[in-house]
Design a protein around this ligand. Structure first.
Ligand SMILES: [Zn+2]
Length: 418
């Protein structure tokens, strides 16, 4: 798998050698006017801000709430400029390093790590977990190797369903953006819900008898490993760009649908770099090839992200409405009603372009363009307070409520697929 000395006891190594964020801040600003927008854009040029929401300064507009992370060296100047220009702001993290350390509970600062569903697991732990699921539940779980990442790590889909099930299928991926740790945590949780529910829950038994789930627990494995070993705030994959010192393509801009157009960048140093060509990246190619080879059965595509508490559906690359937009809206509404029945978590839904912001080359649009009618992107908790650093104490509730939404979609797909 490469880099074994780093992978071994990843978090302990990271404590010693990871990029540190002492004194860095995460700021939330309420933009009112065009002047405010201009100010933030010019600050981004000067100080190279790390945008948390939206994911790039190119997407900001008046009347928007914007979260970004600033380097300790620039804090004083930036806060002064915001005050001087009467931009209302709130400091979400006074010390980002403290926020990163607070995300994991203290017992995690140890050398070996045992898999836990209500904790964040590093990549080696997730790999061992996947093998164990397949060996302990061989009647329901099979591992399918779909190819390697840029750094040579095998990408493994968990096929969950009765082995003779011929019915429709749902493909779900987690962790396309490396720093959104709650996403892989959800995929692991959901696999457990399925296998443990099979023998004791009629609804799950019915789903697994008639439906197949293809679950990719971490799509961007190299990036995920990097967030554990080097830089907690990393988003893209880890392939080097040509003619640039910068690394990484945004895999959710690299799919072959309206590639490198709105909401993408051809500049390799940006967080929304679309890659050198459509599906240039090993990770996107592997996912696309797998989906294409199962296109007859895959009726729904679900991609799990964080954060914002949203269910989104095509299109991302245009404000035009998708042909079955109304139906996708109805499904999202039903899924949200299930989700919020547990803890009253507030979600919104709608077409990606108008509900969050337009992007091109995204996986949900691509799946839709291949004829997968039910294509969704989830943005899990929260709405910015902890952002990518959702504490482990919230994993359980987040995964439980999200499970209800996914089950709702699965039931819908099952009853609407012949
Ligand atoms: Zn994301």
């Amino acid at each position: 798998m490469g880099l074994p000395w780093i992978c071994f006891s990843a978090f302990a190594v990271c404590l010693a050698s990871c990029l540190k964020f002492h004194g860095h801040k995460v700021i939330q600003v309420q933009l009112e006017t065009e002047e405010h927008v201009k100010l933030i854009k010019s600050m981004d040029k000067t100080f190279n801000l790390d945008f948390w929401r939206p994911d790039s300064s190119s997407r900001i507009a008046p009347k928007m709430t914007v979260d970004f992370h600033i380097h300790a060296n620039h804090t004083e100047t930036i806060l002064h400029l915001l005050k001087q220009n009467t931009v209302h702001y709130e400091v979400l993290f006074h010390d980002l390093q403290a926020g990163i350390e607070a995300q994991l509970d203290n017992s995690r600062l140890r050398k070996s790590q045992k898999h836990k569903y209500n904790k964040y697991n590093d990549w080696d732990t997730i790999t061992d977990w996947a093998s164990k699921m397949a060996s302990e539940h061989s009647d329901l779980v099979r591992l399918i190797d779909i190819g390697n990442t840029y750094e040579g790590r095998p990408m493994t889909v968990l096929r969950v369903g009765q082995s003779n099930a011929e019915g429709p299928a749902i493909f779900m991926d987690c962790g396309i953006h490396a720093r959104e740790w709650i996403s892989p945590a959800f995929c692991q949780w959901f696999v457990r819900e399925l296998v443990s529910g099979y023998s004791k829950n009629e609804e799950i038994k019915k789903l697994l008898t008639n439906l197949t789930f293809y679950i990719l627990p971490v799509l961007n494995i190299d990036g995920y490993v990097y967030t554990w070993t080097e830089d907690r705030m990393w988003r893209k994959n880890r392939s080097p760009a040509e003619d640039s010192d910068c690394f990484g393509t945004d895999l959710n801009r690299n799919f072959n649908v309206s590639w490198c157009d709105i909401g993408s960048s051809d500049e390799p140093c940006t967080e929304i770099y679309c890659g050198k060509s459509a599906q240039s990246e090993e990770e996107t190619k592997n996912v696309a090839n797998f989906i294409l080879s199962h296109l007859k059965s895959i009726k729904a595509y679900i991609s799990i992200h964080a954060f914002s508490q949203m269910i989104l559906y095509p299109y991302s690359y245009t404000y035009e409405l998708a042909p079955n937009s109304k139906e996708l809206g109805e499904i999202s509404k039903g899924a949200i009603s299930e989700l919020s029945s547990l803890y009253k978590t507030k979600y919104v839904y709608g077409p990606s372009a108008s509900t969050i912001y337009p992007t091109s080359g995204s996986s949900d649009d691509w799946a839709y363009s291949q004829g997968i009618q039910y294509s969704f992107t989830f943005e899990l908790r929260d709405t910015g307070k902890r952002g990518f650093l959702l504490p482990e104490s919230q994993i359980r509730a987040t995964c439980k409520e999200t499970t209800l939404a996914i089950k709702y979609i699965a039931n819908y797909v099952l009853s609407h697929s012949s």
